[in-house]
Design a protein around this ligand. Sequence first.
Ligand SMILES: [Zn+2]
Length: 88
Amino acid sequence: MKDGVCPKCQGTAILQGLRVLDRAHGKTEDLTVAAYAKPDAWVFKGEVRGELWACVCGACGFTELYATNLDALVRATVEGQGKPAPDA
Ligand SMILES: [Zn+2]
């Protein structure tokens, strides 16, 4: 949908870069995903976060989510799964 065409209705009124809000615990934050480089550690799990943003179709409302901080998320995920980083 980043290409500007909705895969559901073929609409072209695509809203890019919308924030995805989490209003839990009395505050408003961007919704995030998290990867852990050391998931088995007691503390310091090597958490890496990426904020989510959305593309929304202005015709039918279909929504896609995208994460930021992709390089760091990939590295943490690969490390956490015990594999060498792609370019290490
Ligand atoms: Zn649509």
